[in-house]
Design a protein around this ligand. Structure first.
Ligand code: 6GU
Length: 230
């Protein structure tokens, strides 16, 4: 998979992809993430990427010209499956969306900024618009990093233990069960006996029950989906 990220703040996206599993995915040739500075595509003599809104008092808006140039430059090199725009007024990103994107070959993510992007960019280039939650970030860069991370880790071979992505929280609308490591007794705080029993079947039953109980208590919205089998 290749993900091209278009941003006016490339520095903000350098470190998230330099470390962790994303780096390993790149080394293994499973995923390539390329950051592009939208400013490099501006034909303005001051390399301007934004302009005043036609709606009074609405703040600055990201202009079409450099964004169209950046997208066309990429499209001339390969075909893209989706052109994603990160924005607080997008559809809320979730694990199902991540699963879907992980099957794609080439993605572009355009990071929103200021008061947003000229609506004509959304109308004519963008195929998916995502928010990562009901709160406002200063820009779409962190959202793009979140989306790329959640998608890349799902590509087969990226995680060392391939089954671990399948048992993630949310894959079946359930939160993960609690986990413990040594020591079995830390200052009197004990690991549940069942986990020390060695009875795999009983342990699996316990884990499932814990997942269900946790979900019911912490995320009644998810629990509803789980119990409806959706
Ligand atoms: Cl995608 N962008 C911004 N600026 N804020 C957000 C967001 C995106 N998702 C949640 N808040």
């Amino acid at each position: 998979m290749r993900i091209d990220i278009l941003t006016i703040l490339p520095e903000l996206l350098e470190s998230p992809f330099k470390y962790s599993i994303i780096k390993r995915a790149a080394k293994k040739g499973l995923a390539e993430i390329v950051i592009h500075n939208i400013r490099d595509f501006s034909t303005d003599k001051h390399k301007k990427v934004d302009d005043y809104s036609f709606s009074k008092g609405a703040g600055m808006v990201m202009a079409i010209q450099p964004i169209e140039a950046a997208i066309n430059h990429l499209k001339s090199q390969r075909e893209y499956d989706e052109i994603i725009y990160t924005t607080p007024d997008g559809v809320q990103f979730n694990q199902q969306e991540a699963n879907g994107l992980s099957l794609k070959k080439n993605l572009i993510i355009l990071c929103g900024h200021y008061k947003g992007v000229d609506q004509r960019v959304r109308d004519h280039f963008i195929t998916k618009e995502y928010s990562i939650g009901d709160y406002v970030l200063t820009g779409g860069e962190l959202a793009a990093a979140v989306i790329a991370d959640s998608v890349v880790r799902l590509i087969p071979g990226v995680l060392s233990d391939e089954t671990s992505a399948l048992t993630d929280s949310f894959q079946d609308h359930l939160l993960s069960p609690p986990v413990y490591t040594r020591p079995a007794d830390y200052k009197g705080w004990k690991v549940p006996d069942i986990l020390l029993s060695g009875n795999e079947k009983k342990i699996d039953e316990w884990k499932h029950l814990q997942s269900v109980e946790r979900t019911k208590k912490l995320r009644p919205d998810l629990y509803k989906k789980f119990s409806e089998g959706g």
